[in-house]
Design a protein around this ligand. Structure first.
Ligand code: ZN
Ligand code: ZN
Length: 135
């Protein structure tokens, strides 16, 4: 019984991650899952996310505050970068990775790069406009 329940929880978490087109936080997952599984604990969500990370099914992203965001790994090798709005916490895509050229020049020097991260945060267009309105 216990295992069946665990599988169901994991399936739900995975389907929420698959539907998301941007990284989402454990809190967002919790808010979505609670309508279907009202008894689920946040710790269960974290435990499942950890397991998915270990299985290499999802990636995690850390932005400037200590909240961690999760995204399903793409089928191809293309990695993505994101920008987060400090005000509404919405996550936006960086159109392309600007680091390829820099990486190749570093690798020409013999350095082996394993991964890189880009962190950009600020205020999105919508929030910037409403800030202006408030004066
Ligand atoms: Zn915003
Ligand atoms: Zn990149």
């Amino acid at each position: 019984m216990e295992n069946q329940r665990n599988t169901k929880q994991k399936k739900f978490i995975l389907s929420i991650l698959k539907e998301a087109d941007r990284p989402i936080s454990a809190n967002e997952i919790y808010a979505k899952i609670i309508t279907d599984l009202p008894k689920i604990a946040k710790s269960t969500i974290y435990r499942n996310l950890d397991a998915l990370l270990k299985q290499d099914i999802i990636d995690k992203y850390n932005f400037n505050d200590n909240e961690t965001f999760y995204l399903i790994k793409p089928d191809n090798d293309e990695h993505r970068h994101f920008i987060i709005c400090d005000d509404c916490k919405k996550v936006f895509d960086l159109p392309s990775c600007p680091l390829h050229e820099i990486e190749s020049s570093i690798e020409e020097e013999g350095f082996i790069i394993k991964e890189h991260q880009i962190q950009i945060n600020g205020t999105c267009k919508d929030c910037a406009q409403s800030l202006k309105k408030q004066g």
